[in-house]
Write a protein that binds this ligand. Sequence first.
Ligand SMILES: C[S@@+](CC[C@H](N)C(=O)[O-])C[C@H]1O[C@@H](n2cnc3c(N)ncnc32)[C@H](O)[C@@H]1O
Length: 213
Amino acid sequence: MQFISPDLDAYCEARSGEEPWYLKDSPPRRARGYTCPPCSAAICKAASWPCSVSLFGPRIAIGIGTYTGYSALCLAEGLAHGGMLHTIDIDPYLPEMVHRYIEKAGMLDRITMHHRPALEVIPELPSPFELAFIDADKQNYPAYLEAVLPRMAKGGIIVADNVLWSGKVLAPPQERDEQTAALIRFADMVNADPRFDPVMIPLRDGVLMARVK
Ligand SMILES: C[S@@+](CC[C@H](N)C(=O)[O-])C[C@H]1O[C@@H](n2cnc3c(N)ncnc32)[C@H](O)[C@@H]1O
């Protein structure tokens, strides 16, 4: 997962601003021994940055992959007044714990949790989305892009985590696993589509940000 040295990673995290109290206090990172790698503070800061710019402040944002809710709290912080973050996760054991932390952070009024496969939920959500953060099962990234794009606002931003997949995206085609192949296809789809203005940032496991023109 981590191909930047832990020391360099810690150096970056330590220089990505102060974590607000409600993030420091967020749920145990490895709840129930669940092995999903949690978002880093730097990644969430990068993802939430466009959200936090007061001029941009989205009214409807979506997060695909809630896990312990860290990225959801980061994204919700920058919503426009009255805005809503729809955060989606398939794991049936997370909602109760995540709900507690959202409540503690005082953000219940701006985060709606959905507990079904993201591809089922996305078409049912209100739109247009002004921010979409993709951080769930990697093999579905191309499908998430197809589901989200028609519902994005002009000027909206898609942010996807793990697009370098520990550097495996450089493996020769015969050595790529399903997830690696899907991540490459996802990045190629974004770059081949003239509706996007994309930038891939080698931050931690790689972040792709694409503005919808
Ligand atoms: C990398 S974790 C998300 C980390 C999270 N963004 C954070 O702030 O730490 C990926 C999550 O995607 C969820 N997931 C996997 N497949 C999914 C699907 N088909 N639909 C919705 N969520 C899914 C997993 O249950 C897991 O919690």
